[in-house]
Design a protein around this ligand. Structure first.
Ligand SMILES: Nc1ncnc2c1ncn2[C@@H]1O[C@H](COP(=O)(O)OP(=O)(O)OP(=O)(O)O)[C@@H](O)[C@H]1O
Length: 229
């Protein structure tokens, strides 16, 4: 599903690599935490998968393709199959909850009857039934992140990448968000989540990949945040 083969990423010539010789494989249907200190390369790892960056050396495969080499015009097609969620939600502030999610379907040309059917279904799944007409300013942080997840998932991507999705949330809301991500994973979507949230990682007992200064130092199934360190 996702494979890094000896991947390095150097943003600025002469600077320390953001990723340094990373080799790892993530299978279809897995749930993986990516942990490490600030600046250890977690966001870079995710950006390489969605082709926001290209590797300086090595190869990144996602969904059967060499992501660094697909032509520019095929990048949108790749991204359709990869949902993304960020710490800061990134909602359209002047659009309702419903419209924030509907847009993800409309931009890829899904017919209106499908939008009317699937948007309420996915909003229900994330626990926002009855809040379709609210604006983002009328939501709590936890609710806003649920909208962002609904938007990322409504087209049923094969992969969901989440960069610090609980970073702005209190512990209760974080647990709620993790339960939604877990449900999504149980429906078959591969989830890769970068996080500093040790309580969440310790509680979920999923695979943990740890980066230190761009080097993969640990890959543990059913791991915890700071094993053996
Ligand atoms: N666009 C960029 N240009 C230059 N350097 C960058 C760029 N993006 C990231 N870096 C550098 O690459 C390294 C890894 O950054 P990255 O954002 O991947 O780390 P991270 O683990 O996601 O950090 P955080 O937890 O703070 O988000 C850092 O040293 C960072 O300063």
């Amino acid at each position: 599903m996702i494979r890094f083969e000896n991947v390095s990423k150097v943003y600025t010539r002469g600077a320390r690599p953001a990723l340094d010789g990373v080799d790892v494989e993530i299978e279809r249907g897995e749930f993986v935490f990516l942990v490490g200190a600030s600046g250890s390369g977690k966001s870079t790892f995710l950006r390489l998968i969605m082709r926001e960056e290209r590797p300086t050396a090595g190869t990144v495969y996602a969904l059967g393709r060499d992501v660094g080499r697909i032509s520019r015009w095929k990048v949108p097609h790749l991204r359709r199959q990869i949902g993304t969620v960020f710490q800061d939600f990134r909602l359209l502030q002047d659009k309702s909850v419903f419209d924030n999610v509907a847009i993800a379907m409309q931009v890829i040309g899904k017919p209106r009857h499908q939008v009317r059917t699937y948007v309420p279904q996915v909003l229900k799944m994330v626990g926002l039934e009855g809040k379709e007409r609210r604006l983002p300013t009328e939501l709590s942080g936890g609710e806003a992140q649920r909208v962002a997840i609904a938007r990322a998932f409504v087209n049923r991507p094969q992969v969901l990448l989440a960069d610090e999705p609980t970073g702005n949330l209190d512990p209760d809301n974080s647990i709620g968000i993790m339960s939604v991500l877990d449900q999504i994973n149980r429906q078959g979507t591969t989830v890769v989540m970068a996080t500093h949230n040790n309580a969440i990682v310790d509680q979920m007992r999923k695979r943990v990949i740890e980066l230190v200064d761009g080097v993969l130092v640990r890959d543990q199934s059913r791991g915890v945040y700071g094993a053996g360190r």
